[in-house]
Design a binder for this molecule. Structure first.
Ligand SMILES: NC(=O)c1ccc[n+]([C@@H]2O[C@H](COP(=O)([O-])OP(=O)(O)OC[C@H]3O[C@@H](n4cnc5c(N)ncnc54)[C@H](OP(=O)(O)O)[C@@H]3O)[C@@H](O)[C@H]2O)c1
Length: 363
């Protein structure tokens, strides 16, 4: 198959970009498709300018790992976009293949936990950050990063969820472990139109919670938010309180915050006594200016959520919940499916912080 240059980026010559040499110590031997040619999205840097194109690579050029996986579906996350833009906090070295999410079939394994033909999910750790990611037909990864695909879930549903859905699941689990119940009042979900926020709304709905959806612009996100069956849709003029008051009138029983900054501070101040507020993102701001009063007068719990280094036991628990008790019949209502060729165009909308639901990538 001929190289497919991305039409949305300047077609600079790749000649000066040095691809890593084939790994001579590569261990795959039995039935290993070492010489197989595959397609991958590749980010190149030239004099501080980053461009992304689809290239052909050989399996033996992948980084060393225990498990070789043929990817069926991937997804697009904000972190992939940061990698494509050359954000050194995400990816230090280029050329690089982004893609923090993948689901596919094991084609080779040197680890007893996985055998050829197993269906697996691979998300987070260093995948797509400093280890070649899953916006490609193959990845080779440490076995410790791999989760067996639950039998009740297929590749497409797994990647419709992806890291964002997994993070939403972790956030909901944190609320429930904190004792959150529907009787405490509606749950505020900020960044509700985005990947994490929209999946969180669907899960909470399924569990019987009422939801207040928060977005940065109520008009822009109105059409999308109607898919989430929320009781109220508010924008930052309501949830970005500048009054300097330590506590506000209680408006929600708890919150899943994906945006940070003063929106998170407001979520804490307006929560009912004993409520739980989770924090996973920084789309609005990475700062948090608050006081001790929500905690010492209202007994609010602020719960951190990290998907990247979640221990394997918790990872398996959340994926199994998403495949069974929390299975979402309406998951594909908030997804759009694209191909590898469409990724750059969609990443630009995401960079403008206009994520809408989930973007599934058919590999
Ligand atoms: N901790 C973890 O493990 C983890 C895992 C996954 C993601 N994250 C983080 O979680 C955040 C959300 O991720 P995502 O995948 O859902 O991103 P996304 O799909 O790009 O969605 C972000 C959403 O935030 C809303 N938004 C943008 N600017 C806003 C603002 N100033 N105030 C309020 N809302 C705003 C946008 O909707 P409107 O245009 O309608 O406002 C957009 O839908 C990101 O910061 C991401 O890095 C963390």
């Amino acid at each position: 198959m001929a190289n497919q240059m991305n039409r949305t980026t300047p077609n600079l010559s790749p000649a000066k970009n040095t691809e890593p040499k084939a790994n001579k110590d590569h261990k795959h031997q039995v039935n290993c498709p070492c010489g197989v040619d595959f397609r991958a999205l590749r980010i190149f840097e030239e004099k501080g300018i980053f461009r992304t194109e689809i290239v052909h690579r050989k399996v033996h050029e992948l980084p060393e790992g225990d498990v070789l996986i043929r990817i069926q579906y991937s997804s697009l996350n904000y972190k992939d976009v940061l990698s494509m833009k050359g954000n050194r906090g995400v990816t230090r070295h280029f050329p690089h293949t982004p893609g923090i999410d993948g689901a596919g079939v094991v084609e080779d394994s040197s680890d007893d936990r996985f055998k050829v033909g197993d269906k697996v999910i691979i998300t987070s750790f260093d995948l797509g950050m400093n280890h070649d990611g899953a916006l490609a037909e193959y990845v080779c990864v440490p076995a410790d990063w791999v989760v067996a695909l639950p039998s009740q879930m297929d590749f497409k549903a797994a990647m419709a969820l992806g890291t964002a859905g997994f993070t939403a699941g972790l956030s909901v689990l944190r609320l429930l472990e904190g004792g959150q119940t529907p009787e405490m009042g509606p749950v505020l979900v900020t960044g509700a139109a985005g990947g994490v926020g929209s999946v969180a709304c669907l899960i909470l709905n399924k569990l019987g919670f009422d939801i207040i959806a928060g977005t940065s612009n109520i008009t822009d996100s109105k059409d999308f938010i109607t898919k989430l069956d929320v009781v109220r849709h508010i924008d930052n003029s309501v949830i970005d309180d500048r009054s300097k008051r330590a506590l506000l009138r209680p408006m929600w029983g708890g919150a899943i915050d994906t945006v940070g900054g003063n929106v998170l501070a407001t979520a804490l101040k307006s929560c009912v006594y004993g409520g739980n507020v989770t924090c996973c993102g920084n789309v609005f701001s990475g700062d948090l200016e608050t006081s001790v009063y929500p905690f010492i007068l209202n007994g609010i719990s602020l719960l951190g959520v990290d998907s990247q280094n979640t221990p394997m036991e918790k990872r398996v628990q959340v994926w199994n919940l998403l495949a069974n008790e929390w299975k979402l019949d309406n998951l594909f209502d908030i997804c759009s499916e694209i191909s590898l060729e469409d990724v750059v165009a969609h990443s630009q909308a995401m960079m403008r912080k206009k994520g809408r639901g989930r973007i599934l990538v058919k590999i």
